[in-house]
Design a protein around this ligand. Structure first.
Ligand code: UDP
Length: 324
């Protein structure tokens, strides 16, 4: 397949890119490098461009034939989306609309889209299925839900088939340690714990946000999923689209929740080091528990998470150690 990987220099995009290339697909990347890294391309061809730039999109689609587009370009920090909603609606919604219109203009009609558990808002069920009410709590979640709606509408109008993959907590790193998570600022749990365990300049302080949630140990529970498991879902999703036209949505999680304290203990065990932590207040917008049902992905795509929490942390720890 000829695949355009939009946002292929970012954390999830670069892992999927490596996976696609290993499977023999021909990939070209589009990235504006606002948060992506040149090294994460591992030599893949790339156009430095922004999805907001319609002329640049036109040029990329005119230069090569694409069978499928995978779309990872997005701003994805909840707190930033609250203080700067325009940035989120412009990049995530208008940018995606540009991309969809350019695809249609050039006769490219298959899209795999990165969606998120943030579209659900406050959970009303222990295990979140695709049918769970969608009531985002912040502009980031709203922007992704708006794109899901656009994809439904485009499919109904005919001519654009799509699959939206709603990631729960993406984590872990390439087992060969060529790729991994590098965000600036880093806000995610596992890298923040591991950064607190490093020696030297990369070392950071670690805080647990909230200890009074209605969970067994009072800290938030999340469903952590390895980036390589997300990568395999993208390949299966792409294949599914060729058999099943229309707009589809799938939740991607492991169906297992771990609390912040449980994740921290697993990090201590794997690294052999003690985490020096402090409790801080709750982080605004954090639901107590987010755990996915992956039944539909299992039934329809034949997908399920293969990496355990320990393997997620081991690969991330190897990656972080290689940086210090
Ligand atoms: N968290 C924490 N300390 C940190 C980063 C995250 O206690 O330095 C908590 C956060 O409040 C949430 C969980 O870890 O309950 C997962 O947060 P993350 O930002 O990794 O993902 P999110 O669930 O927000 O997408």
């Amino acid at each position: 397949m000829n695949i355009l990987v939009c946002g292929g220099a970012g954390y999830i995009g670069s892992h999927v890119l490596k996976h696609l290339r290993a499977k023999g697909h021909s990939c070209h990347v589009l990235d504006n490098f606002s948060s992506g890294h040149e090294w994460a391309l591992l030599g893949a061809s790339c156009s430095k461009a922004d999805i907001l730039d319609q002329a640049a999109l036109d040029k990329i689609f005119s230069a090569r034939p694409f069978d499928v587009v995978m779309h990872f370009c997005a701003r994805s920090l909840v707190a930033e989306s609250v203080t700067d909603p325009a940035l989120y609606y412009r990049n995530n919604v208008s940018g995606t609309l540009n991309l969809l219109e350019t695809m249609q203009k050039h006769g490219v009609n298959k899209l795999v889209f990165s969606s998120t558990a943030a579209i659900f808002g406050e959970p009303q069920e222990e295990i979140i299925s695709e049918a769970h009410p969608r009531q985002p709590l912040n502009p980031y979640g709203h922007s992704k839900l708006m794109v899901e709606q656009m994809l439904q509408d485009f499919a109904e109008a005919g001519g654009l088939d799509s699959i939206a993959l709603r990631y729960f907590n993406a984590a872990g790193a390439d087992p060969e340690a060529e790729l991994g998570e590098v965000h600036e600022p880093e806000t995610h749990l596992i890298p923040n714990i591991l950064l607190s365990l490093l020696d030297g300049e990369s070392r950071r302080e670690f805080k647990i946000f909230g200890k009074d949630y209605p969970t067994p140990d009072g800290t938030c529970v999340r469903d952590y999923i390895h980036v390589n498991d997300l990568a395999s879902a993208h390949v299966l999703g792409m294949e599914y689209l060729f058999e099943h036209p229309g707009a589809h949505v799938f939740n991607l999680g492991s169906q297992r929740g771990y609390s912040v304290l449980e994740v921290m203990q697993a990090c201590e065990q794997i690294s052999g080091k003690k985490v020096n932590y402090q409790f801080a207040g709750r982080r605004p917008g954090d639901p107590a528990r987010l755990v996915a049902s992956s039944l539909l992905a299992q039934q329809e795509l034949g997908w399920q998470a293969e990496y355990s929490l320990e393997q997620i942390i081991e690969t991330a720890w190897n990656w972080h150690q290689s940086l210090s």
